[in-house]
Design a binder for this molecule. Structure first.
Ligand SMILES: *Cc1c(COP(=O)(O)O)cnc(C)c1O
Length: 200
């Protein structure tokens, strides 16, 4: 029951359609403009998920094409999504991106800030928090990734225990080409895999 999100940044639509032919149903993209070009070619045969950093001024363009946003990393971005979602009369499923490892050069909410942020988001109607997302440090290898994934799962469990109305921790988006097996062992419900799908 783990959903494969095929990460296709920089990939041509012909390559993506091969994945769709092979049964991939969810495509992850990092940039709104690139995704918009691919959206029409997909013709609804696969859903698009936003997995890269989303700038607030791109939210209005993003909402019509993405079925889910994995990378909500600030209150201000959440407020923008709520506002645009209302205008479109849409409820937008999102995941909150957590910077578990605390690397300074990385987007994401710090684990300490997460509970209070989730409480502030609970009142929103056009945005629905469906879980958490993280990226393990690229240099840490599988042994370094496991504690990061485990911490994300623990955070989701503690938020679930808060029983905040409208907040459901059903998804953990974690794991990439080199560490998705570890992520699944630690409870991932979605893995975002790129390189491993395309390399020979
Ligand atoms: C590119 C990317 C991936 C996929 O990485 P691979 O190592 O190619 O599997 C996953 N998540 C995010 C956010 C990405 O930008």
């Amino acid at each position: 029951g783990v959903e494969l999100v095929a990460s296709t940044k920089g990939r041509a639509i012909a390559e993506i359609m091969q994945l769709v032919e092979a049964g991939v149903r969810t495509i992850g993209e990092n940039r709104v403009q690139e995704a918009r070009q691919k959206y029409d070619s997909l013709g609804g045969r696969a859903a698009l998920h936003m997995i890269g950093h989303l700038q607030r001024n791109k939210v209005r363009a993003a909402l019509p094409i993405f079925a889910m946003i994995h990378s909500v990393d600030s209150l201000r971005l959440a407020e923008e999504i709520e506002c645009a979602g209302r205008e479109l009369a849409r409820t937008v499923p999102v995941l909150l991106e957590v910077n578990v490892s605390g690397e300074g050069n990385k987007y994401g909410i710090s684990p300490d800030d997460l509970p209070s942020l989730v409480e502030r988001l609970a009142g929103m109607n056009a945005m629905r928090v469906d879980g958490l997302m993280t990226m393990a440090p690229l240099t840490a290898g599988v042994s370094g990734a496991r504690p990061v994934f485990r911490t994300l799962r623990t955070l989701a469990e503690s938020i679930a225990l808060m029983k905040i109305p409208g907040v459901c921790m059903r998804h953990l988006s974690m794991g990439m080409s080199h560490d998705f097996e570890t992520a699944i062992e630690e409870g991932a419900t979605m893995v975002r895999v790129g390189t491993a799908l395309f390399s020979q």
